[in-house]
Design a protein around this ligand. Structure first.
Ligand code: ADP
Length: 197
């Protein structure tokens, strides 16, 4: 199973990704997580992207495309993967198409989680207070002002991907405002129609 998870910050991609990983025994590939590891480790990539991420902007396409290609080659072991946070621009989607074509792989579905913006801000505020309550470090970009920037970048650069994937017939749009279990069940139902699961 090869999936893409699409949705604005706070849409619940991480939660649904975990469930799909367990359900289909696939590999989670999150560019956000990879980049945060690079920043924390102070690697050359981390140094390059630290400030860009902290202000809520997107890092260069070539950089994330290279990261994803490397991870697919290292980890895609037949069962497939779920991409969370990638692609995020039409350029990245085109690069992904090419990358998959070269490896004779194809996407089974692109799952788009739809949520309204007010709910997103509330969800992220809750994520911040939950993280603080657990005594863990809050993400540098989980800040109300930066969140606005992330949303705007989503609207401008990532939302057009839903049209891009509509054209391929792979798009599965799910109402992400529903409870987590309901969202999961609808994804499952949608996948059943499309793929033999
Ligand atoms: P969220 O979806 O909650 O905003 P992510 O963890 O997916 O968070 O991404 C955090 C940040 O990492 C983004 O704001 C951006 O700076 C960078 N990033 C992650 N994935 C990509 C990508 N595919 N292209 C460009 N930048 C990315």
């Amino acid at each position: 199973m090869r999936l893409v998870l699409l949705g604005p910050p706070g849409a619940g991609k991480g939660t649904q990704s975990e469930r799909l990983v367990a359900r289909f025994n696939i590999i989670p590939l999150s560019t956000g997580d990879m980049l945060r590891v690079a920043v924390a480790g102070g690697t050359p990539i981390g140094v390059k992207v630290k400030d860009i991420m902290a202000r809520g902007d997107l890092v260069p396409d070539e950089l994330v495309v290279a990261l994803i290609a490397e991870q697919i080659d290292a980890k895609e072991a037949g069962n497939g993967f779920i991409l969370d946070g990638f692609p995020r621009t039409v350029k990245q989607a085109e690069a992904l198409d090419k990358l998959l074509q070269d490896r004779k792989l194809k996407l089974d579905a692109v799952i788009e989680l739809k949520v309204d913006e007010t709910a997103l801000i509330q969800r992220i505020e809750k994520r911040i207070s939950d993280t603080k309550a657990k005594g863990q470090a809050v993400r540098a970009d989980d800040d109300p002002k930066i969140l606005k920037q992330r949303m705007e970048n989503y609207r401008k650069q990532t939302a057009p991907l839903s049209e891009y994937y509509k054209g391929t017939g792979a798009l599965l749009t799910i109402d992400g405002m529903q409870p987590v279990d309901k969202v999961e069940a609808e994804i499952e139902k949608g996948l059943q129609k499309r793929v033999n699961v």
